[in-house]
Design a protein around this ligand. Structure first.
Ligand SMILES: [Zn+2]
Length: 639
């Protein structure tokens, strides 16, 4: 066997005349990501004539004919073929080989018999004619007009020189216009190590298997939250990561369903007006409607990634901030109206979110819709995919409230770091937290020490007071140390002197430099940290510093012990296998007694105790041990 190099004639479409027209049409298309537009432009600049013939059996037969006298002609339609045929029509089952090759035509010039050139066409000819062949260009021009051009097509980015190009070619030749308005391209898919998939290779993942094992909506979400310009690294580890994110959403959904069933929440009840709901409800509604606005705007730009990441951020906030902070409103109904407001806020947030992600995760969305909406509301849409896509209620978007909540959450985050340093038990209250937003920080002035947001901060950090100040003096001390790796070589024997001066605070800041012992040090040559003044734990981030007053009093310690006890009792409830709504009888003894007697109401409410009595009965679920160093004997029993 040998390979023979043979020079032969082929069919080409000349491009020189078309090139400027194709470039002009391509310039009117929105190419996403933007670099694909430059790639198309570059291709159009550099492409040669289009070789359209293939020496194969399968393929669209080229309608090129030559007669016995050498006259060449192209047949323009099936009708023309039939009109010119002199024989072979009777066996013509399809306009394909072998039948088409038996049709012999009469030459339009000399009437001599003419036969077809045996080549078939490049497959990109059939692919490129799609905007016409599938839209009934030949049979029904009104129908074609209704659908042409396509608003949107999407494919892999190598289609720039293939499918996108061949469609553009046909469209410009036939109409002078581009066949599509927006083209979204995506990168290739690789395995988790960035290697190519091979169908016979070890790394091959069968898609139906992946969908079965990881969940098809998980796969959809993974693709949609991905930047289409970046390679997709596909495998079970990345899918597990995505699943973990979705579990946060699922747990919130399942939280609502559990309590809504227990409390017989009816979603059709008239809504508590948003203005009558607590601040955190109004905050959630504001972020929800901002989300709706942002997701719509992103999807209008064919930017699924931004839409998905916004939704993820929202359901994280929903779980780790809204639900976590409001749990008790769902099971300890202090006020029915307050509880109803919480249910309605969470319900509307979830139902809206489900509709937002329905196009990306159709099955999870449908499961949630059926349960939350269809099972609970008469006249509900039969499917989430029949429901209208959400529209934002701009009235509910409150920029100022969101800014204040953001400031509060920054203080909470940083306050947690300060508490961790202080090493006081989280359940023991501390007297005070001071927060200072830097001048120029976007949240300076957003928070005060005594509103509803301050109450949230105090509760989150378990501090008695929040103070928001303009200056950090008296709370925080700047500590500057030489970076030995840099300054050691530079200063040599001067280093100890400089180090001592820095430690004693004998330095000045001047023009961004630190002046010490007559030397100028650059920021990269020193290590700067912040320490609390005595009795304070301090944490700093860009734009914000918090200082936690760590002085404990017997009062605070007693309260801390009561909280520790409530926490212990709730653990015991779980150990005893009690249901979340079960009421209990609590009996106790030991050195903890005075604390229980002082905080009876608080403890009873926290652990759903209907009776709290001193003295053990020797039955129920018992525990004996020390809490914060105080001996305790406890017994609980379903009441
Ligand atoms: Zn002829």
């Amino acid at each position: 066997e040998e390979i023979v190099f043979r020079v032969d004639d082929e069919w080409f479409i000349s491009m020189d005349e078309l090139r400027p027209k194709l470039k002009e049409a391509a310039g009117k298309v929105r190419w996403l990501p933007a670099f694909t537009g430059r790639r198309m432009d570059n291709w159009l600049d550099n492409m040669g004539d289009w070789n359209i013939s293939r020496r194969r059996y399968w393929g669209l037969p080229l309608p090129f004919y030559t007669c016995a006298k050498g006259h060449f002609f192209v047949v323009g339609s099936e009708k023309e073929l039939r009109d010119r045929a002199v024989r072979g029509l009777e066996g013509l089952e399809e306009l394909h080989r072998p039948w088409i090759d038996k049709v012999v035509l009469a030459c339009p010039e000399c009437k001599a018999e003419a036969t077809r050139s045996l080549e078939v066409g490049d497959c990109w000819l059939d692919a490129g004619v799609v905007p016409f062949s599938t839209l009934r260009w030949l049979e029904d021009r009104d129908y074609w007009k209704k659908w042409f051009p396509a608003e949107f097509i999407t494919e892999n980015l190598e289609q720039v020189r293939l499918w996108y190009y061949s469609q553009l070619f046909f469209s410009v030749v036939l109409t002078g216009r581009p066949p599509y308005e927006t083209v979204l391209s995506n990168e290739f898919v690789y395995d988790e190590n960035g290697d190519e998939f091979h169908k016979s290779g070890e790394n091959f993942i069968d898609f139906p298997q992946a969908a079965e094992r990881a969940g098809s909506d998980v796969v959809r979400w993974y693709y949609s939250r991905h930047d289409p310009a970046e390679k997709v690294l596909f495998g079970y580890n990345v899918l597990s990561e995505v699943k973990r994110k979705l579990l946060t959403l699922w747990n919130t959904y399942s939280f609502l369903v559990t309590y809504a069933n227990l409390d017989r929440f009816d979603p059709s009840e008239p809504r508590v007006p948003p203005s009558d709901r607590p601040l955190i409800d109004r905050w959630l509604l504001s972020t929800l409607h901002r989300l709706v606005r942002d997701v719509r705007a992103s999807l209008d730009q064919y930017d699924a990634q931004t839409a998905c990441l916004r939704m993820e951020a929202f359901w994280d906030d929903l779980s780790t901030w809204y639900v976590r902070r409001n749990r008790s409103r769902f099971w300890k109904t202090r006020s029915r109206r307050d509880s109803l407001a919480a249910y309605q806020t969470l319900y509307d947030a979830l139902v809206t979110l489900v509709r937002l992600f329905a196009p990306v995760m159709p099955f999870i969305a449908e499961a949630m819709h059926q349960n939350l909406v269809r099972n609970a509301v008469a006249e509900a849409p039969a499917s989430v995919h029949h429901a209208r896509y959400p529209t934002a209620d701009e009235e509910l978007i409150d920029d100022d409230l969101e800014r204040r909540m953001r400031a509060a959450r920054r203080v909470v985050e940083l306050g947690r770091a300060a508490r961790a340093q202080a090493k006081t038990k989280v359940r023991t209250p501390l007297p005070k937290l001071v927060a200072v937003f830097d001048e120029g920080d976007r949240d300076r002035g957003a928070l005060s020490g005594d509103d509803e947001l301050a109450a949230i901060v105090r509760d989150e950090l378990n501090v008695k007071r929040l103070e928001v100040r303009d200056r950090a003096e008296g709370l925080v001390r700047e500590v500057v140390k030489p970076d030995l790796k840099v300054l050691g070589p530079r200063l040599g024997k001067d280093l100890p002197k400089v180090r001592a001066a820095l430690a004693e605070g004998r330095y000045e800041r001047r023009d961004g430099l630190i002046v010490v012992e007559g030397l100028e040090l650059k920021p990269a040559e020193v290590l700067v940290s912040h320490e609390g003044e005595a009795g304070h734990a301090v944490a700093r981030e860009s734009g914000l510093v918090v200082a936690l007053d760590t002085a404990l009093t017997p009062e605070l310690e007693a309260e801390g012990l009561a909280r520790e006890l409530a926490h212990k009792l709730n653990d015991l409830r779980k150990e005893a296998g009690l249901d979340i709504a079960d009421r209990i009888a609590l009996r106790y003894d030991g050195a903890i007694a005075p604390t229980i007697e002082r905080f009876t109401d608080y403890i009873a409410e926290e652990v759903l105790a209907t009776s709290v009595k001193r003295g053990l009965a020797g039955r129920g679920h018992a525990w004996r041990g020390e809490l914060n160093g105080v001996a305790a004997e406890l017994e609980i029993e379903r009441a």
